[in-house]
Design a protein around this ligand. Structure first.
Ligand code: HEC
Ligand code: HEC
Length: 196
């Protein structure tokens, strides 16, 4: 069955009030980027919110069956997963108008580098590569989300939720619970350079 992308675009108008019209997220990582995340992953997270297996209080009213029936849930996941955000401003012809430049600039999403021990970060990230990818791109046709191009503050919050057990992640104990705070900072610094 082909996903209904027009329906997805319509539903995204609701999501856009927090996640931005291009699914770019924002507010310093309070709202994660959704554009380009794997379709399966998006749909699975929305179901978890609905079932309260992953607690997301601001979104609860939007994920109830009444508000977001399965058909809509799949359509918006399909729509967002196909949205691409450039991480750099492309070279534009000189006669591009200021307005067109502005429109494009609003889509450019590049995660600011944060300082930290990149070598240590890369070492720790070796344990994540098999699922999240060499360059942090995740698996487009799987359940593994990208970590590159996602807000640092958001990722930091997720890692804390894995450690506290509030959010589920496979092999959480081995992957996260033994990391020292400075190792987590190093990991986040490394992730912040992957979309450059
Ligand atoms: C009132 C604000 C708000 C609205 C409206 C909203 N969200 Fe969210 N959403 C959030 C917040 C806050 C988080 C981050 C929760 C966390 O930190 O775990 C989030 C997280 C998510 C995530 C998890 C992303 C990830 O990488 O795991 C998905 C998927 C998502 N939202 C989809 C949607 C969709 C689709 C809609 C529209 C149907 C929507 N959201 C509407 C606030 C909102
Ligand atoms: C066996 C595969 C696997 C390995 C290894 C792995 N992950 Fe994940 N990761 C996943 C999957 C699958 C999810 C989605 C979990 C869910 O369904 O909520 C995820 C989710 C995440 C998220 C949340 C992303 C978001 O958008 O909310 C973060 C952050 C993360 N992983 C970090 C890491 C880090 C850091 C490592 C290495 C220390 C790692 N993962 C190792 C498979 C893996």
């Amino acid at each position: 069955m082909q996903p209904d992308l027009e329906l997805g675009e319509e539903i995204n108008e609701v999501c856009a009030s927090c996640h931005g019209e291009f699914g770019q997220g924002g507010k310093g990582g309070e709202y994660p980027r959704l554009a380009g995340l794997p379709e399966n992953y998006l749909a699975a997270q929305l179901l978890r919110f609905r079932k309260r297996e992953r607690i997301n209080i601001p979104m609860l009213p939007y994920t109830e069956e009444r508000e977001l029936p399965d058909e809509d849930l799949l359509a918006v996941s399909a729509y967002l997963s196909r949205m691409e955000l450039p991480s750099k401003m492309p070279d534009l012809p000189e006669d591009t108008s200021a307005y067109d430049r502005l429109l494009l600039a609003r889509r450019v999403t590049n995660i600011a580098r944060i300082p930290g021990d990149l070598e240590l970060g890369e070492e720790i990230y070796a344990d994540c590569v098999q699922c999240h990818g060499e360059k942090g791109g995740g698996k487009a046709d799987g359940d593994d989300p990208p970590l590159a191009g996602q807000y640092t503050e958001y990722l930091a919050r997720q890692i804390q939720d894995f450690i506290s057990g509030q959010r589920w992640h496979e092999f959480s104990e081995e992957l996260f619970n033994e990391l020292e705070p400075e190792e987590i900072s190093a990991l986040l610094a490394y992730l912040s350079i992957l979309d450059d």
